[in-house]
Design a protein around this ligand. Sequence first.
Ligand SMILES: [Zn+2]
Length: 321
Amino acid sequence: MAWRERRFLSWLVLVLLLSALIPGCGSAAPPGDGDEPAVQEDAGLPACDLPPNGELCIHFIDVGQGDCILVLLPSGQTMLVDAGDNGLGPTVVQYLKEQGVTRVDYLVATHPHADHIGGMPDVIKFFDIGEVYMPRTTHTTQTYERLLLAIREKGLRITEASAGVVLFDLPDLRAVFVAPVSSGYDNLNDWSAVLRIEYGDTAFVLAGDAEAKSEEEMVSSGVKLTANVLKVGHHGSRTSTTLGFLTAVSPEIAVISVGAGNNYGHPAPETLSRLASAGAKVYRTDLHGTVKVVSDGHSVLVQTEKGAASIETGPLPCCSP
Ligand SMILES: [Zn+2]
């Protein structure tokens, strides 16, 4: 417990220092009354950019109705999972630039729906790109064609994203696709490339828009799914986050990337209640803005752009001493 408190204190000190030093780096959190820093509400986002300080930092970027997840790896490499809807490209590019990103080492298009790949051609044009991962499926939209064209024009190769494909496997740092498990889905969402990232004792599952069928396959495959943080599938739709999958992941923190007042009724009340019953604390980009999750390999800290307190969790239950 003392370690966690020290860790949290040093984090807040860093945030306050950087806020004071860097113009436009978010408003400094008001000082607490006592020696112990209180949990800060609406404290602005902490510095969590490159070069990394031994931490893995995941930004669930608020792109309205859609997904866009930036992963800054402790190795100094970067990953982008999806890039928001059509028209969001410049916003995403600007956000990445502000974090000090010049190259995206791993670019993942979870599946070909516009709210995931619409902004991706701009990202490909602007940044150096390493590996591009996509599931083996297609779509007939102009949005999808624009993505393929941007990939071709940059001379990039597409690597198939499917269960068991390892992106990297370093000591204490590993990323592997856990879905799609099979091929030939009726529902394009079930083609979603689902990623599990492990850093030290902590883990993260980014579920794309995977729905019940894919979730069932992931659970049946027996692959390790436990995670501190789950990026909830399909914007919190009721057809995702089934009980079996939720039990297998058993997240302490759930992040829902969703647009305010969207036409789909996301997130569904049933899904929110399943998450609550599972004991997961929910963060939503429509309510909290961009959500950042930071891991030092032992514990996880969540910070939100607006309206929520910071919380910290310990290692995965499986890995506790
Ligand atoms: Zn979607």
